[in-house]
Design a protein around this ligand. Sequence first.
Ligand code: KG4
Ligand code: ZN
Length: 338
Amino acid sequence: MRVLGIETSCDETGVAVFDTERGLLAQALHSQVDLHAVYGGVVPEIASRDHLKRLLPLIRQVLAEAGAGRPDAVAYTAGPGLVGALMVGSGLANGLALAWQVPAIAVHHMEGHLLAPMLEDEPPEFPFLALLVSGGHTMLVAVEAIGDYRVLGTTLDDAAGEAFDKTAKLLGLPYPGGPALAQLAAGGRADAFTFPRPMLNRPGLDFSFSGLKTAVMLAVRELEVAGDIDQQRANIAASFQAAVVDTLVGKTLRAAKTEGYSRVIIAGGVGANTLLREQLAERFQGRVYYPRLEFCTDNGAMIAVAGACRLADAATPDIIEARARWRLDSLQPPGALT
Ligand code: KG4
Ligand code: ZN
């Protein structure tokens, strides 16, 4: 079975074809980063309009590359995300499914991230612990099987990616801040500033990054007053990154220990952070899995593979789904609702 996957929840237009026998056949991505960079963040209206422009040519390109003609099902991101952006992908996905007379599958964006490691040569077996870290979410999830998710911890304020983006902005770096901040951090000293490791010294598995953001803001202000900028900016970036990574890794180790997991996956945009990958691999005694770098951030391949895992939910297009909010732990195993 071949599944066409369509991702349009935020600022990337992603399209891919996944074959349940042969794996990923083709994929393409158009990033809107340049369009939003001048505004310092994603502008929803611009995002929707650009998805409209890019989606059909990308679908044509990917179907031609996959060399497979009409797919057997169309999977699309139905939420959570920017509603206008989601509507472009979901409207087109359902329209194509109707025209091709194949079923459509509404995919949860975070389940897409969670299943992205399934695209790799050695995918994790169930059960595993998932650290999902993106621009909008920070979650530790106990994964027993597809659709059997228990959220063990989540962020009380900013998501990890959001913390990277906001700190990057404070340091005068361009959007999207995560990669830029990581790059600046490479030339800095992580022990130059002692930033708080939020919630690490408290019990439980929740996260909070707003206190850390305030600490960075104060440090930046002091530098500006002292006029001592360049190397110190890199030191702040490195110290901030170390604090976030320490917190994420500390809570993940705690969750794995308490819940008894020997396999951990990291996914979502912040999963592209090299220090996070290195630290978790070094400090966790079990095995760590992650998608290749390009499949950490938003992409169509993760939606296509998630759709392939959910073929039991494939249905004749009926209601076009586009949800701004959608709880991951409200999902059911494939086929449970049909
Ligand atoms: O998963 P994603 O592409 O989109 C959402 O679903 O939100 O994640 C985007 C987030 C952004 O906040 C971005 O700054 C962050 O992932 N990010 C990184 C890195 N690459 C992307 N954060 C830290 N280090 C990176 N290398
Ligand atoms: Zn995402």
